[in-house]
Write a protein that binds this ligand. Structure first.
Ligand code: SAJ
Length: 423
């Protein structure tokens, strides 16, 4: 008898996870509160750009192993994969996790397993999920099993990483862990590491916190290098030849709803102890205004006017502008009354007044090209034609993604974030 899984939350984790199980011998019922998501999925359309997703979705629909609606159904296993954002004041917003957990209480039965996949503050399973699921009347740990198993995938490589990456499983007891390992073993080829729920919650958060702190270190090095005649990119590159050094890369800020979010969970939990973690967050969040300040200096030094902002997405070659440092930089340029237009080749729609729909419209008559996202297309520009389009040939590359030599060969003055050696 085909086991049934109910996945609550069909975002960039829940939907790929659903279609992965639906193509690996399970019947999956997907639940989302967003009616347009339900409508699109019912028509075999996807609201997330991810290689392989549409094909896997349609093969599951054809096999009739994937259904969607806005309410849960009775199932053997429930997976909660809803957003776990932070509020304006950086506190954890667990509303979606709470609502999703409450929504399955009327359906859970003896012997069911509930898995929380969302990235959450440590102790969420113990302090939020268990009290809610107890309302089902089932004995938690004996009649209803619970675990946490977070994701590590990155957009663009989700289906490879879902299978290849090691996975961590944290059950409230060993039966819960064993059932969860059994489930993921159906497609996970990476090693599955088992621990308790709270440790698993902490592991996921510290993976991203580790990255945030290391990016903050790189950003601080960029600021120092801007003052002492060093090119930070050259220095980091050479330092990383040390067999045990892996310094990350500077940039105009840290975006996305993971690295810029998860460390705040620890700051909120233990504000007096999470000092380096808090300072790293503030350092990374200072980069958009630092970048805007450098733009202002460059404009002043060269008596320049219009800026063409190139790159709005929070990372290369995707269209996600939510939580993007570029949007923060744009806000600072506006506050400084700097004349600018903005363009992103992956943007699916115009989201603000100064945004333009084409590269040509952005660079025509520009005095300064400001590269904020290292999209591949910015590395392959026809520099001879760009040189003719701009009013002044000056570029400020905050991601070290263009060749100084090539651009200087084409008559451009090249600035780079953290490089006061080559100006
Ligand atoms: N960034 C830097 N310097 C760097 C690396 C990244 O400034 O050296 C910036 C990027 O430009 C971007 C932000 O940080 O704005 C986040 O970039 P990312 O490459 O970390 O991308 P995410 O957030 O999509 O993926 C991370 C990954 N976590 C780790 O690498 C530890 C991914 O494995 C997680 O699954 C994901 O967060 C998540 O969902 O938690």
């Amino acid at each position: 008898m085909m086991k049934k899984i109910c996945v609550v939350g069909l975002g960039y984790i829940g939907l790929p996870t659903s279609v992965m199980f639906a193509n690996n011998g399970f019947h999956v019922h997907g639940v989302d509160v967003n009616e347009s998501v339900i409508d699109q999925l019912s028509r075999g359309e996807v609201h997330i750009i991810e290689p392989g997703l549409k094909e896997l979705l349609n093969s599951a629909i054809e096999k009739n192993t994937f259904t969607v609606s806005n309410t849960p159904v009775e199932a053997d296993i429930y997976i909660i994969a809803v957003p776990s954002p932070i509020n304006e004041d950086k506190s954890a917003n667990m509303r979606y996790v709470e609502e999703a957990t409450k929504s399955i209480v009327p359906y859970v039965k003896q012997g069911n397993l509930v898995i929380l996949e969302s990235t959450v503050p440590p102790r969420t399973v113990e302090d939020i999920l268990i009290p809610i699921l107890e309302q089902s009347g089932l004995a938690i740990g004996d009649e209803l099993y619970i675990s946490h198993s977070p994701e590590r995938v990155i957009p663009g490589k989700v289906f490879t990483e879902l299978v290849e990456n090691d996975r961590i499983v944290g059950g409230i007891n060993s039966v819960s862990s064993d059932m969860t390992v059994e489930l993921y073993k159906t497609f996970v080829k990476g090693q599955i590491h088992v621990t308790d729920a709270t440790t698993a919650e902490l592991v996921k958060v510290i993976e991203n916190t580790y990255r945030d702190i290391n990016i903050a270190f790189a950003n601080e090095l960029a600021k120092i290098s801007d003052q002492i005649g060093v090119n930070v990119w050259e220095a980091i590159n050479f330092a990383n030849f040390h067999p045990r050094v892996n310094i990350h890369l500077p940039g105009p800020g840290v975006g996305g709803h993971c690295i810029a979010v998860d460390p705040w969970f620890l700051v909120e939990k233990q504000p007096d102890l999470a000092n380096i973690i808090h300072l790293a967050r503030n350092t990374n969040d200072s980069m958009p205004s630092y970048t805007a300040g450098r733009v202002k200096e460059i404009l002043g030094q060269n008596e320049l006017g219009k800026v063409a902002v190139l790159g709005l997405a929070f990372k290369a070659n995707i269209d996600d502008m939510r939580e993007s440092p570029s949007m923060e930089v744009v806000k600072h340029l506006r506050e400084e009354d700097i004349d600018f237009v903005a363009y992103d080749p992956h943007a699916s729609r115009i989201e603000f007044e100064e945004q333009v729909a084409s590269f040509d419209e952005a660079v025509n008559g520009a005095d300064l090209l400001l590269i904020l996202t290292d999209h591949q297309v910015f590395k392959e520009l026809d520099l001879k034609s760009v040189r003719k389009q701009v009013k002044s040939p000056v570029v400020f590359d905050t991601k070290n993604c263009i060749s100084r030599y090539q651009w200087e060969e084409n008559g451009f003055k090249v600035y780079k974030l953290g490089d006061s050696k080559n100006i």
